[in-house]
Design a protein around this ligand. Sequence first.
Ligand code: SAH
Ligand code: SF4
Ligand code: F3S
Length: 444
Amino acid sequence: MYTGTVSQKGKKYYIRTFGCQMNERDSETIAGILVGLGYERAASEKTADLIIFNTCCVRETAERKAYGRLNALKRLKRKNPALLIGVGGCMAQKDRERVLSSAAHVDFVFGTHNIQELPEILQEAIMAREPIVQVWEEARGIKELPSQRAKGVSAYVTITHGCTNYCSYCIVPYVRGRELSRRPEDIISEVGQLMGKGYREITLLGQNVNTYGRDLGGNFTFARLLRDINGVAGLQRLRYTTSHPRDFSPAIIEAVRDCDKVCEHFHLPLQAGSNLILKKMNRGYTREEYLQLIGKVRELVPDSSITTDIIVGFPGETEEDFAATLDMIRRVRFDNAFTFIFSPRSGTPAADMPGQVPLAIKKERLNRLMTLQDRISRDKNEKLRGKEVEVLVEGTSKKREDILTGRTRTNKLVLFTGTREIIGKMVQVKITRPQTWNLYGELI
Ligand code: SAH
Ligand code: SF4
Ligand code: F3S
C-alpha cells in the first residue's frame, strides 16, 4: 500500500488519457497513487475534485485534442474553484510553458518522469496560489509503484520505459527519455500476481520491446522473457507491443512459434516503403530486409496476422516514393494498417528537413493508401467466413448489452450474441459475417 503525505479521503478523481497504451498504463499508476491517498474514482469530470490529463504529443492532432478538452474545463473550474486540475504526460514534458500559458486554470504540471512524486506535487498544489511545475529532464531510475488497473481479463505490463531509437520524425525519445528495462524478476512476479487477480491475457509494453534487456548488463533478451512468461501458471494469452523490424530477431520469431501462450499476431511498423525515405527516417532497415523478415515470420508461424503503421508525406516523399509504399502494402498484404499523415514535431530532425509535402497531397495519398488497405483487410477477413476461431471474451459491445466482444489470437475483434456469464472465458465462435474492421460470428 502506498503511504502518501496527504489524505484526501472521500475526494474524487478523474483521469483522462490520450495517446498510446504506455500512457494508459501510466494512468493506472497515477490512479494507484491517488487511491493510496484516499481518493475514489469519479464517474465523470463533472463530479470530480481532481482532474488529471495524461497527454500525448506524437502528432499535432493529439495536442489539439488535449488543449481543446482542457479549455472545456474552464467552466467547471469557474463553478468550483476548489477543483484541482493537473496536466501530465508527453505534452506536459514537452511544453510545460505552453500548457500554463494557454490554460490559466491548470494547478499543476508534471512530467513523464515525475509520476512518483504526485503525492508531494498534490500537497503543494493544494496549498499554493501559483501553479506547481515539476518536470525532470531525465528518468532517475525505475521505481515500482502501486496501480489501479482497468477491470477485465486483459492487463498491460510495462517492460521498458522510454526509447533510444530516434526515428527522425518522432518526439517520443525526447519526452520519454532513454530506454530503460525493468528487471525480469519484477516483470515475472507482476504477471504472477495478475493471474492471482483473475487476469488471463497480458500485453507487454514498450516503445521497442524487441531490445528489452540491452541496458541490464547481462544477456537477458526479449525472446528469453517471452519464454519465461509463457510458463507462468494461469496465463492464457501473451501479447506485446511495439516491435521494431530492425530488432525483430529470428530468436524472437522462434519464441513466438514455440510458446503456446504467445499469440500469432505481429505488429511490425513499416512506416514507409521507399528505401530513401526509410533512410531519412533513420529506421535502420531496407524494404528488402523488411520483406525478408515477413517471409521468415510466415514460414515459422504460418497462420499469423501481420499489422503495421505507415506515415505518408514524410519530407521529400515523391509520388515514386509513395508508390513504393503502396507496392509494399500489396506485397505484404497486411491484415490491418494504422495510417498517419506526417506531422512535423518541433525539435525532431524531420521537422526541419527540406521538401515538406503540402497537406492536400498528404491527404490524397492517405486516401489512396486507406482504400487499398481496406480492400486487403476485407479480403483477408473474408477468408475466415465459416471458420471456427478461439475467442477470449472481453466484454459487451458499447452499443448493445447482448452483443459480446472478444479477440482472436490474431487480434481480430469478434462480435457475437451471448450472455455476460461467459465474459473472461475462452470460447469457440463460428465466423458468419466478416467485415473490414471486425468479424461477426455465432457461439458454438
Ligand atoms: N514505438 C512505437 C510507437 C510510436 S508512435 C513504434 O515505433 O511503433 C505510433 C506511430 O505513430 C508510429 O509508428 C508512427 O507511425 C506514428 N508517428 C510517430 N511520429 C509521427 C509523426 N511525427 N507524424 C506522423 N505519424 C507519426
Ligand atoms: Fe518513435 Fe521510433 Fe522510438 Fe517508435 S521506435 S517511439 S517511432 S523513435
Ligand atoms: Fe503519445 Fe507519449 Fe505515447 S507522445 S504515443 S503518449 S509515448
